[in-house]
Design a protein around this ligand. Structure first.
Ligand SMILES: NC(=O)c1ccc[n+]([C@@H]2O[C@H](COP(=O)([O-])OP(=O)(O)OC[C@H]3O[C@@H](n4cnc5c(N)ncnc54)[C@H](O)[C@@H]3O)[C@@H](O)[C@H]2O)c1
Length: 314
């Protein structure tokens, strides 16, 4: 078995590579990554002897060809930060849409058994009450989520047109080790550790559904191993929290008071609430194995113990 993991040097991708190394010890694991600011070899330090690493760009067909033939392709490669997508939308269209198209063209020339597209619950847009199901219409709000939605449509079109055995996962907000300190939870942890103000958009009442990255990785593996071609699987743990609650939980865990919380001008097009129904992935036998309280403690502890990893990034 030969796995190709694009974007495997990023936050979720590198944690997923660790799962593959543990779970499929006889497989060959090829990681193709452009090593943008978000992708770092440090993220793969403990598994570097278990993988074949290719420094390459999914926007370049010749770079993808360097991966050679593979049986299964997991596409994690993407530009992922909503704020950056507002200031630089073209880059998101190039990587997330055209890059995906290049991978699909590569995949149809191979005899691959699965193409797994890693997508996001942000493609649904915001929901005031209830939860989105996989069959709901997509209504993305940011250039990031619009690019991910466009990529999904392309992926599904390759299933219908070329019979490519694709599976798409849409997970909620992830957190855990190796998350770049531009995303909410690592930003708040590192600001608190350096006793700087913890910035929250608007009123801080926007709601996100939090998922430990290891639980997303087991969900993606479940979708790959047990899911059906052409299907989409939401992956979420049902941990809905406001951003304000997250800031308070982090400060309390570090025995700090709430004076450090500051409110800043809201993000343009800011989705108020994300919520997804996850019966479909649970029917395949998946469930999260970490509670939110345990996961946030583990994550704070990881950042406390791994200053070598984040210090150079600040
Ligand atoms: N982080 C989340 O909460 C979350 C939630 C749902 C879905 N997702 C999706 O999961 C995937 C991984 O997210 P993440 O948070 O790990 O992102 P990340 O930003 O940490 O990592 C992205 C990785 O992709 C690589 N990359 C970027 N452009 C590339 C290109 N042109 N060619 C090759 N590699 C390239 C980067 O170097 C990096 O290693 C993304 O597709 C994202 O949309 C993320």
């Amino acid at each position: 078995m030969r796995f190709l993991v694009t974007g495997g040097a990023g936050f979720i991708g590198s944690n997923f590579v660790r799962l593959l190394v543990r779970k499929y010890p006889d497989a060959e694991i090829v990681v193709l990554d452009k090593l943008t600011y978000a992708g770092r070899m440090e993220n793969l330090r403990d598994v570097q002897n278990n993988i074949i690493f290719i420094h390459g760009d999914i926007c370049k067909i010749d770079d993808i060809a360097k991966a050679g033939p593979c049986d299964v392709l997991f596409n994690f490669a993407a530009e992922t930060h909503v704020d950056r997508s507002i200031s630089e939308p073209d880059l998101f269209v190039r990587t997330d849409v055209l890059g995906t198209c290049n991978l699909l063209n590569y995949a149809i020339k191979q005899d691959i058994s699965r193409y797994i597209q890693i997508s996001t619950d942000e493609v649904y847009g915001s929901i005031r009450s209830g939860s989105f199901h996989e069959t709901d219409l997509l209504d993305p709000s940011s250039p990031y989520s619009a690019s991910k939605a466009a990529a999904e449509h392309l992926v599904h079109s390759y299933y219908k047109t070329y019979g490519l055995p694709v599976i798409t996962t849409r997970s909620s907000n992830n957190f855990g080790p190796y998350q770049y300190p531009e995303k909410l939870i690592p930003v708040l942890i590192l600001k608190a550790l350096s006793r700087q103000p913890l910035p929250l958009y608007g009123t801080g009442l926007n709601v996100r559904d939090w998922l430990h990255v290891d639980d997303n990785c087991t969900g993606i593996d479940t979708a790959y191993a047990k899911g059906s071609p052409g299907q989409i699987y939401n992956i979420g743990a049902g941990n809905e929290k406001t951003n304000l609650e997250i800031a308070r939980i982090i400060l309390h865990s570090l025995n700090m008071n709430e004076d450090l919380i500051t409110f800043v001008a809201d993000r343009a097009g800011h989705d108020f609430r994300y919520s997804i129904a996850t019966e479909k992935i649970r029917e395949l036998g998946w469930q999260p194995s970490h509670s939110f309280d345990e996961s946030i403690k583990m994550t704070i502890d990881w950042y406390l113990k791994n200053e070598w990893w984040w210090k150079p990034l600040l």
